[in-house]
Ligand binder design. Structure first.
Ligand code: URA
Ligand code: SF4
Length: 205
């Protein structure tokens, strides 16, 4: 199967998935969307109200802010893949539970393997912990690190910036570093030097 076919298959599986309790309350599962050859993958937390209504990621207020952030680096949402750790809406937007994350994480993993992006941007702590299990987002936001041969950039969730206006400028500043990180990732993939396999924090600038 080619990457596009794999993404379609994952989306089909997600829409009929009953692997955790969240399937009982969903209106629409939200598999994620974007080109199979995206350079960047954004990973959020879980669908909220509007995402559950529409079956699409980041279509509410946080999504509007994410689109503004993308525009600030000259990108549109159609050019990137946007997914979530959890594909069905937790009731009342509560935090995902450990067993729900464990049941669901294989879908995002398969999507990432298929796309093989240069860069993964994690939005919020639930997508950050996959790559930096012991880190605090307040300490490492905006600082890229190599994990498993991919450059991972942890960022605050756009919704956090909507709730805490003081974070807004932080998120905007972190986003402004992305073009530089993309360049770094491209150059390192072209060189003969393999990026480190072990999780390692690097501040590239
Ligand atoms: N917040 C998320 O984490 N994901 C969405 O898809 C929407 C809001
Ligand atoms: Fe399946 Fe994930 Fe939805 Fe749970 S949240 S039912 S594991 S798709």
């Amino acid at each position: 199967m080619n990457p596009e076919e794999i993404l379609l298959q994952v989306a089909d599986e997600v829409r009929s998935c009953t692997k955790c309790r969240l399937h009982t309350g969903r209106k629409n599962a939200v598999p994620g969307e974007g080109p199979a050859d995206s350079e960047i993958v954004f990973i959020g937390e879980a669908p909220g109200f509007h995402e559950n209504e529409q079956g699409r990621p980041f279509v509410g207020a946080a999504g509007k802010f994410l689109e503004e952030l993308l525009a600030s680096i000259g990108k549109s949402r159609e050019q990137v893949f946007i997914g979530n750790v959890i594909k069905c809406r937790p009731p009342g937007n509560r935090d995902p539970q450990i067993d729900e994350i464990q049941a669901c994480e294989g879908y995002m993993e398969t999507q990432i393997q298929a796309i093989s992006p240069k860069i993964i941007v994690t939005l919020g702590r639930f997508s950050m912990v996959r790559y930096f299990p012991k880190a605090k987002i307040s300490a490492i936001h905006g600082q890229a690190g190599w994990v498993g041969g991919r450059l991972i950039v942890p960022m605050y969730h756009p919704a956090a910036a909507l709730h805490q206006p003081s974070l807004r400028d932080v998120v905007i500043a972190d986003f402004s570093q992305l073009p530089g990180y993309i360049q770094q990732a491209l150059e390192s993939q072209q060189s003969s030097v393999e990026p480190p396999e072990e999780p390692q924090q690097l501040n590239l600038f």
